[in-house]
Design a protein around this ligand. Structure first.
Ligand SMILES: C[S@@+](CC[C@H](N)C(=O)[O-])C[C@H]1O[C@@H](n2cnc3c(N)ncnc32)[C@H](O)[C@@H]1O
Length: 278
């Protein structure tokens, strides 16, 4: 591949062919790589297909990493979530588009200008807590994670958005280190069943962020127990497409539950509400 000069269109062809075995949309990803490498936008790329390019090792190293199934988000340390760009690095899950639906459910369920305490369990990159803090200006926010690496990534995002005074990040196994009264609990917990066959791209993401015990329900069950024990009025949670029945079976006394689907029409999460508060 080397550093010799060739037209941009040819570079795109070469990159797309190289990553065809690991990328779902090789052409689109090849374009993203060149946009990043050249610091140009998509329009420039389309209108400069004959531009002679000499690509150095930096680009070919990205190609090699992508060929080895590393997600582009880790290669570029960047991910788009709810129309904002966030820093992301191995150690924190790459926030997924379906988790934007969890944000929508929370924003629908609360008073936007209310002063309440919201706790997110499993902050990961911090994208969910930062997004919620930007939309809920008067909420007090606590974000916990059991992983120091994830908390490091979250701290960078919280600082990048200037939210250090609004989001209190702390290490905690679920709510163990959260003695405060919680009004709203939010979580996108690990919910994949142990041993499930995963795409190779997922090998780069932390096991702690993905796996929720034998059935995938371990953390969800513990969270629902905590909701009942602490009588938390509202719990918004993402879950696996096949966990509706499991969740329905353990709705605590005095609570109601509504499930929501993702864009593919699969069950993806639920909103659990204390009936007194409806
Ligand atoms: C699926 S990721 C979600 C990350 C982020 N909130 C998002 O939606 O992109 C789950 C997160 O839960 C954390 N986690 C796993 N077990 C935990 C526990 N017992 N207590 C607190 N956090 C936990 C993981 O470290 C991981 O960051």
């Amino acid at each position: 591949m080397g550093g010799h000069v060739r037209p941009l269109r040819e570079c795109l062809d070469v990159i797309a062919a190289e990553i065809a075995g690991s990328a779902e949309r090789p052409r689109r990803e090849a374009e993203r790589m060149l946009m990043e490498y050249l610091e140009r936008d998509g329009l420039w790329l389309i209108t400069h297909q004959d531009e002679p390019l000499s690509c150095d090792e930096r680009l070919w190293e990205w190609v090699a990493r992508r060929k080895a199934h590393e997600p582009l988000e880790y290669i570029f340390n960047r991910v788009s979530f709810y129309s904002q760009l966030f820093y992301v690095a191995p150690g924190a899950l790459i926030p997924r588009p379906e988790t934007e639906l969890l944000i929508d459910r929370v924003l629908e369920a609360v008073e936007r200008d209310g002063s309440f305490t919201l706790c997110e369990v499993g902050v990961g990159s911090g994208a969910v807590s930062v997004t919620l803090a930007l939309h809920l200006e008067h909420a007090t926010m606590i974000g916990v994670d059991i992983s120091e690496d994830a908390l490091g990534v979250a701290a960078k995002n919280v600082a990048d958005f200037g939210l250090e005074s609004r989001i209190d990040l702390r290490k905690s196994d679920l709510l163990e280190n959260v003695p405060e009264t919680i009004d709203v609990l939010v979580s996108n917990p690990p919910y994949v069943a142990a041993g499930a066959a995963l795409e190779r791209n997922l090998n780069y993401e932390p096991d702690l962020a993905l796996f929720g015990g034998v059935t995938g329900m371990d953390i969800i069950v513990r969270l629902i127990d905590a909701v009942a024990e602490r009588q938390i009025p509202l719990f918004c949670c993402e879950m696996g497409y096949d966990q509706r029945e499991g969740v329905s079976a353990i709705v605590p006394e005095g609570y109601g539950v509504e499930f929501y689907k993702d864009l593919a029409g699969l069950d993806r999460g639920f909103v659990m509400t204390r009936k007194d508060d409806i």
